[in-house]
Design a protein around this ligand. Structure first.
Ligand code: FE2
Length: 130
């Protein structure tokens, strides 16, 4: 068994757990641009004390490269917890994140998310750098 064997993926338009990567198809070398990764873009995922997304991690694998570089690690810490009980709390962190990035090479953006009860999910998309 390998950790990679536990990464699930599907069509994000049908499966609510798949992290969706919104980014330009092509960017200029060294120019700052935004990447937004969200879970449940088409089919919403719950955000409750009992069932929620814990984190999204974003990586970049340069074309021809062997190792991925981590771009971000975003933890979603508030899910309605409180002393009054589950889902009675005043705060919920929504499971989406926007980061600003610069790239010098084309490659693949990869995202991994964790649902506290449905495990690890992944997605990827190519990005060109001119
Ligand atoms: Fe879930």
């Amino acid at each position: 068994m390998k950790l990679g064997d536990l990464l699930q993926t599907q069509d994000w338009k049908k499966e609510k757990h798949v992290p969706v990567i919104d980014a330009p198809d092509s960017v200029k070398s060294g120019e700052t641009f935004d990447i937004t990764v969200s879970v449940g873009k088409e089919v919403s995922h719950p955000n409750t004390t009992e069932h929620h997304i814990r984190f999204i991690q974003i990586y970049f694998l340069p074309e021809g490269g062997k190792h991925a570089y981590q771009l971000a690690n975003v933890e979603f810490s508030a899910h309605g917890e409180s002393t009054e009980g589950a889902n009675e709390g005043p705060a919920y962190t929504h499971h989406a994140a926007t980061i600003s990035v610069q790239l010098k090479k084309p490659g693949t953006l990869l995202a991994m998310s964790l649902c506290n009860i449905h495990g690890l999910w992944e997605n990827s998309r190519e990005i060109k750098v001119a």
